[in-house]
Design a protein around this ligand. Structure first.
Ligand code: NAD
Ligand code: ZN
Length: 359
């Protein structure tokens, strides 16, 4: 048996208002006055109080990035090239401020500032040779677990696949629940459900072990408090969802996700459907595989009056269905986790097509 030896985020600060400590946290990591910190920031924070609190010094730079589409390899390469051209010295570090999109971009840019070629060359498992630059993750919406994970999910010319490596995890994470104030309700729900779905897929999967279970159960308990049956203040809800995301991410680190993720990758690849909402669209139809989870999911959508989009696949051609089905069936470890080595006895192209047709 070959046990996998996973890196974890070595430093984390948690607490409402902890963002104000950022200067103190990163200053010791400054390599020289010429080596800037690059802040990749979701552009919804432009001209807000958060922008004003970013502790810029010397030639530090904020780059605003739009998160309407998920990260692309060419976008990562362009960001890297722009930074290299503008500054003589390599940066002291890269910070990502935003949701999963910005955190993944920060991880990828930090890797690509230290490694040659295109980020597309590193999509896969353990292809990165040199340590990334110092990188910091600062989530402003909770659920994806990107703040703890060993991957950065990128869409490249040929595939949507993560850069999974020991150099991917952040060196530092700042968990300040106050930064999640003001997330629109639908988005809050969709991204939060990513965490809930991570828990269900991990806890019911064949890869489950005591390590994953311990994190997954805690994350699920926190999700239930936030979305299902808790009576929390908004502050408590933000605190708990932030920690649920963290634990949910830890849970899948040592296991795997399952059917919802495998199918939502297909939607995302063909239609550009974003991760959180895509998972919800799929999960809504997965009663057969996750009866208890889907029952709770429907209770949560009712409680918060969330509309799950429908009718996405109604007008697709046969070729388009085939593309989605191929992408989805390519996610072998996810299917194996969900239903064991014989998953192909249940999951056939015809079965997937009939499931996609309902979405
Ligand atoms: P996101 O980063 O795409 O952001 C979603 C929306 O919320 C955006 O419109 C953004 O502007 C807005 N937003 C973020 N913070 C806000 C705030 N405080 N106030 C108001 N609006 C705010 O969403 P996400 O769901 O966090 O991330 C999805 C991405 O994460 C996908 O690209 C997915 O592939 C990736 N992902 C990565 C991992 C990983 O382990 N690396 C895991 C799951 C998902
Ligand atoms: Zn996910």
């Amino acid at each position: 048996m070959n046990f996998r030896n996973f890196p974890m985020v070595p430093r984390v600060v948690f607490g409402r208002g902890s963002f104000d400590q950022l200067d103190e946290i990163i200053s010791p990591k400054r390599k020289s006055d010429n080596a800037p910190f690059i802040f990749l920031v979701d552009d919804i924070f432009k001209d807000t109080g958060l922008e004003k609190k970013i502790p810029l010094k010397h030639n530090d730079k904020i780059i605003f990035v739009n998160s309407d589409t998920e990260p692309k390899t060419f976008q990562v390469d362009t960001l890297r090239d722009t930074i290299v051209q503008e500054f003589g010295a390599l940066p002291s570090g890269v910070l990502g401020i935003g949701g999963g999109t910005l955190m993944d971009l920060a991880k990828a840019v930090a890797i690509m500032l230290a490694n040659p070629g295109s980020s597309a060359d590193y999509q896969g498992w353990d292809l990165v040779n040199k340590p990334a630059l110092y990188h910091v993750g600062i989530p402003t919406i909770s659920g994806t677990g990107a703040e703890v994970s060993r991957t950065t999910v990128l869409t490249g010319p040929e595939k949507k696949l993560g850069i999974n490596s020991d150099y991917t995890p952040f060196d530092q994470v700042v968990l300040d629940p106050d930064l999640c104030t003001g997330v629109p309700r639908n988005q809050w729900f969709y991204t939060g459900m990513d965490c809930f779905i991570h828990c269900i897929e991990s806890l019911t999967g064949t890869y489950l072990n005591a390590f994953s279970q311990s994190y997954g159960e805690k994350a699920l308990e926190l999700c239930h408090e936030v979305f299902l049956n808790g009576a929390l203040s908004e502050e408590e809800s933000r605190d708990k969802l932030m920690m649920a995301s963290w634990h949910g991410g830890m849970s899948i680190a040592y296991s795997q996700v399952g059917v919802a993720h495998a199918m939502s990758y297909g939607l995302s690849y063909l239609l550009g459907t974003r991760h959180g909402v895509g998972n919800c669209i799929v999960f809504d139809q997965l009663e057969e595989f996750y009866p208890e989870g889907v029952k709770n999911f429907k209770q949560m959508t009712d409680r918060y009056e969330i509309e799950i989009p429908r009718g996405l696949c109604g007008a697709l051609s046969d070729a388009e269905f085939d593309t989605m089905i191929n992408v989805s069936m390519g996610m072998v470890p996810l299917w194996e986790n969900a239903m064991g080595k014989d998953w192909k006895k249940v999951i056939t192209p015809g079965k997937l097509r009939s499931m996609y047709e309902k979405m």
